[in-house]
Design a protein around this ligand. Structure first.
Ligand code: G3P
Length: 217
């Protein structure tokens, strides 16, 4: 399973990269705004910086919602770096845009996916990645992981090459359960990734080993 970090924060991206487990980065307009990135030039520059830090797929989201605008914007984003993946919302014009970019060999990430039907359409349109939002489904008392299972079954039935990129990850159990289900990728904030490595028995055991090592002289 590939690990992407879901942030536009350069320090966190570097920290995940330094851990040696990072395969890519996803961003969205909210995450860019959180970092105070404003204006087209600053946004494009920020994506370029991320591409220079991480060798892997970097999702850059279009801000427009009509077909023609998404195509123009997506082409500009794709021109920043060969690792840019154009992130497109699951709307009618978005499906058409996914097909356009797929035919052109430009990678895409279909975002804001909340149903198996939406994921099926994204695969039919040739999306490289589909992003079901687990946490936001959980927020409305729906089982986000169940959606990942449904998409896995459908994609396996027809051998769709679209990769499941589980998003809106909120905790380490989301990551572990996605791995059990067979999600191709998870994209997560840094904290749930780091919490995977924590266990009190590891800490206690290490403290004991260190104490005993001192006795060895
Ligand atoms: O990748 C999608 C993600 O950024 C949304 O996460 O926590 O805002 O639902 P969240």
């Amino acid at each position: 399973m590939k690990f992407f970090i879901d942030t536009a924060n350069l320090e966190q991206i570097k920290e995940a990269k330094d851990l040696g487990i990072l395969d890519g980065v996803t961003t969205n307009p909210s995450l860019m705004a959180k970092e105070g990135i404003q204006g087209k030039d600053a946004i494009m520059k920020h994506y370029k910086t991320i591409c220079e830090i991480v060798e892997g797929d970097i999702s850059a989201e279009v801000l427009s919602t009509t077909y023609d605008e998404m195509i123009a914007e997506g082409e500009e984003l794709a021109a920043i770096h060969s690792n840019i993946v154009v992130k497109i919302p699951m709307i009618k014009d978005g499906v058409k845009a996914l097909k356009y970019f797929s035919d052109k060999g430009i990678k895409t990430n279909c975002t804001l996916v909340f149903s198996a039907g939406q994921a099926l359409l994204a695969a039919k349109a040739g999306a490289t990645y589909v992003s079901p939002f687990l946490g936001r489904l959980d927020d409305i008392s729906t089982d986000g992981l169940n959606l990942v299972e449904e998409i896995r079954l459908i994609y396996d039935n027809y051998m769709y090459e679209t990769q499941i990129l589980a998003a809106s990850i909120r905790n380490s159990m989301h990551i572990i359960n996605c791995a059990k289900i067979g999600s191709d990728v998870i994209t997560s904030p840094l904290a749930p990734i780091l919490s995977l490595l924590k266990h009190p028995l590891t800490d206690n055991g290490l403290a004991q080993f260190i104490a005993d090592a001192k006795k060895l002289g």
